[in-house]
Design a protein around this ligand. Structure first.
Ligand code: DOR
Ligand code: ZN
Length: 347
């Protein structure tokens, strides 16, 4: 296992591909290493109905370069007007694999999200009945709650009450960033799982704020203090089936990141697998990387694992990742881990 090893081809259980020129620019970055990805529906306007999801799926597949294989796993954006029958049909046909909950106002393009849970109970009850997972952006949006406390508050005031109200609902806590998130996912049993991003395994809040503000490290949920990063590392490398990779790779153009009101999102599609190999090696857990990236996700989503393989190779010199990728929408800065990485994906 030392300097080269093979794993089943990974999947990304939380990805933003956007649309149009940005989609064209970023899609190859994911398709190069990943077989499938759960595609976030927070477009403008959002992907709300099965019809929207089918059209978006077609646009993704049309943007895929010749010779690349990639399966977009579609999601619907939960609104207070979502029709349970439309969701059930979309799931039965195989078109969608999850529904996404954004509390209204939580993050980029989340204004159409949920304010009153009573209004979405019929959809959630239908989803519990058919076993369709609810992906949650787990942050409260109340102005009084400090941004660093919003995940823990969501668990206590929204997620736990919801799961008690509807114990059959299958839930993915997306991009957890705290030890509270790790602990809650650990205790949730078979109906609960959590995704962890690459960047939250690498940065804490100092990376964003010390020595000048670093907009390319700003994302939501925002990176927390070091003890939380350590808890995330223990969870990701534990081999527990409760945790799997969702990169939340979220491209924004440099102009919108380097801005007085910069957008949230780290773009990690390009270098995620080498960075994860680095992190897992640091944690003496290279033998658990495959569980995190390629086995635990399909098990939760009740999908087959990928048959194709991916080889990671450790070289003598640092891998040169591109600083930016050029898209028709503008340049997008690739997440910089801030340390040399010797791993690369064999092409
Ligand atoms: O950092 C983030 N960027 N977090 C999100 O939840 C949304 C995402 C985006 O769409 O840019
Ligand atoms: Zn996201």
């Amino acid at each position: 296992m030392e300097n080269s090893f093979e794993i089943r081809r990974p999947d990304d259980w939380h990805l933003h591909l956007r649309d149009g020129a940005m989609l064209e620019g970023v899609l190859p970055e994911s398709a190069r290493d990943f077989a499938r990805a759960i595609i976030m529906p927070n477009l403008v306007p959002p992907v709300v109905t099965a019809k929207d999801a089918r059209a978006y799926r077609d646009r993704i597949l049309s943007a895929l370069p010749e010779g690349m294989a990639f399966e977009p796993l579609m999601t619907l954006y939960l609104t207070e007007e979502t029709d349970p029958a439309d969701v059930a049909q979309a799931a039965a046909s195989g078109l969608i694999k999850a529904v996404k909950l954004y509390p209204a106002g939580a993050t980029t393009n989340s204004h159409s999200g949920v304010r009153n849970f009573d209004k979405v109970m019929p959809v959630l009850e239908k989803m519990a009945g058919i076993g369709l997972p609810l992906c949650t952006h787990g942050e409260v949006t109340t102005a009084e709650v400090d941004i660093f406390d919003r995940e823990a508050a969501f668990i206590d005031t929204v997620l736990d009450p919801l799961r008690r109200r509807l114990p059959g609902l299958r839930v993915v806590m997306e991009h957890i960033t705290t030890e509270e998130g790790v602990a809650y996912a650990a205790e949730g049993g078979e109906t609960l799982a959590a995704t962890i991003t690459t960047h939250h395994l690498i940065i804490n809040r100092n990376h964003i704020l010390v020595g000048g503000i670093k907009p390319h490290y700003y994302c939501l949920p925002v990176a927390k203090r070091e003890k939380h990063r350590q808890a995330l590392r223990r969870a990701a490398t534990s081999g527990s089936p409760r945790y799997f990779l969702g990169t939340d790779s979220a491209p924004h153009t440099d102009a919108l990141k380097e801005h007085a009101c910069g957008c949230a999102g780290c773009f990690t599609a390009t270098n995620t697998m080498p960075l994860l190999a680095h992190v897992f090696e640091e944690e003496n857990a290279l033998d658990r990387l495959e569980a995190f990236t390629s086995l635990n996700g399909p098990a939760f989503y009740r999908l087959p694992v990928n048959e194709a393989k991916l080889r990671l190779v450790k070289g003598a010199a640092p891998t040169a990742f591109p600083e930016k990728i050029e898209t028709g929408a503008g340049p997008v800065t690739v997440f910089n881990p801030g340390f040399p990485v010797l791993w690369s994906v064999e092409s």
